[in-house]
Design a protein. Structure first.
Length: 77
């Protein structure tokens, strides 16, 4: 799995916080969100990197991505 780029960090944090992201209008949003977190091309890059999986209109973190985000949060805080 490749390391998340700076543009991936906020969508991944939001996916961790809310449990999933929603695809709407060609972008990803957190549940109930009005502002896009990233576009569809970034979502495809995160899927290719093994950070997200698509389940219907939801995007969820992979278990490896959850571990990586949790360990980076522990080391930075």
């Amino acid at each position: 799995m490749e390391a998340p780029t700076p543009g991936m960090q906020n969508p991944l944090r939001q996916a961790r916080l809310y449990g999933y992201l929603i695809e709407r209008e060609g972008a990803l949003f957190h549940p109930g969100g009005n502002h896009p977190l990233c576009g569809a091309s970034m979502a495809r890059r995160m899927i290719a990197a093994g950070l997200l999986v698509k389940a219907g209109d939801r995007y969820e973190l992979t278990s490896k991505a959850q571990e990586r985000i949790a360990s980076s949060a522990m080391s930075s805080g």
